[in-house]
Design a protein around this ligand. Structure first.
Ligand code: SF4
Ligand code: SF4
Ligand code: SF4
Length: 348
């Protein structure tokens, strides 16, 4: 029988808190409403302590709180003058390497860099001193769903770790060294020519507007539902504006996918409102498709089935159907149509 993790008691900014054994100081603080700025940390990924913003003081020493695990009796200071100054310097270095065209940025109000720079009180004079950064690197717009602007990248590595740790694709890596370091695909190809499968997992985790969706997200409300594309049945929230679906995000509470989606679930929703979408059955008459009523179409199909028996018939089931519907398709094929010729689209 597995043992329950121990509860550890520690003090953060004079407040006694408890955290599960193995938790980082950063997560323990955030769980107790003590904010610590951070850019390279993401709860879904292993910590790396690269951005240096989450520094805290323990026994007079500065450590990164995302990589420090809680211990019994730790006394942590998150907001001393020394810490604040070190964070401001780390933030200035990040901003100095960032192209700040915030008004035209897809990250808009979701930008974690903007939020943490406001939190740390970066002043206008400092920004003036840092402002000229524009690496002038070309924007990669080759992917149909998202774009990559390396001028906005803060080299946090979240996209690299996401593609590696969560997606298992390993498409992205750090390229070059020192100030020239950029994120790129294997062989520095464009996204569309790379091994990227367009799942968008890196895009949803990018803290700034470097990896950003091409379509604007202006959903007025969200509807919780299930992806219809395959039998995995990932939980999704559809973003709706008027009577149109304009966005999709993964449902982190759904055990099936814990927020992750593949390219179909995340980006394949244009068919819902597409003008070419069939909403009524079509019956071919004199070589032309003509709109029909459902009853008429179903009667036609049933009469054609009745004329067919045995190996003249074959059924192809679909991943879009439920298990129960797929069960009925094979039962119907075997018991009614008298053939074992039944297969499933997943094997195509
Ligand atoms: S593209 Fe985004 S997630 Fe990737 S390293 Fe740059 S800022 Fe971080
Ligand atoms: S979209 Fe998916 S596969 Fe492509 S680089 Fe990002 S995480 Fe990797
Ligand atoms: S998001 Fe992808 S894996 Fe998940 S149910 Fe939809 S099609 Fe299947």
């Amino acid at each position: 029988m597995s043992q329950e993790p121990k509860e550890i008691r520690l003090t953060i900014d004079g407040q006694e808190v408890t955290a599960r054994e193995g938790t980082s100081v950063l997560d323990a603080a955030m769980a107790n409403d003590i904010y610590i700025p951070h850019q390279c940390h993401h709860p879904d990924l292993k910590p790396v302590g690269a951005c240096r913003l989450c520094g805290v003081e323990i026994d007079g020493r500065m450590v990164t709180s995302c990589t420090t695990v809680v211990q019994e009796g730790l006394d942590v200071k998150t907001n001393s003058q020394k810490i604040h100054q070190a964070r401001k310097t780390a933030m200035e270095l990040l901003i100095a390497d960032h192209h700040m065209d915030c008004l035209a940025c897809a990250a808009a109000n979701d930008c974690a860099l903007l939020k943490d720079s406001a939190y740390l009180g970066i002043e206008p004079e400092q920004l003036q001193r840092l402002r000229p950064s524009n690496k002038g690197l070309p924007i990669d717009t080759s992917n149909p769903f998202f774009q990559f602007d390396p001028n906005k990248c803060i080299i946090c590595g979240i996209c690299v770790r996401t593609c590696d740790e969560i997606v298992g694709r390993g498409t992205l890596a750090f390229i070059d060294r020192g100030f020239d370091t950029v994120i790129g695909t294997f062989g520095n190809k464009s996204f569309i020519e790379s091994t990227c499968e367009s799942c968008g997992e890196c895009v949803v985790r990018c803290p700034v507007g470097a990896l950003a969706p091409k379509r604007p997200k202006f959903a007025a409300r969200e509807v919780q539902t299930t992806c219809v594309y395959c039998g995995v049945g990932c939980g999704i929230y559809l973003g709706v504006s008027g009577d149109k679906v304009v966005d999709v995000r993964g449902d982190r509470e759904r055990p099936t996918n814990e927020g992750s989606l593949c390219v179909k679930g995340r980006y394949g929703f244009n068919f819902i409102n597409h003008s070419d979408r069939l909403t009524k059955p079509l019956i071919k008459q004199n070589g032309e498709f003509v709109e029909a009523e459902w009853e008429e179409a179903l009667e036609l199909v049933a009469s054609k089935f009745a004329e067919t028996k045995g190996d003249e018939f074959a059924a192809l089931a679909s991943a879009k159907c439920t298990n129960e519907e797929n069960y009925l398709i094979q039962k119907f094929t075997r018991a009614v149509m008298a053939t074992n010729t039944v297969d499933h689209c997943a094997r195509l």
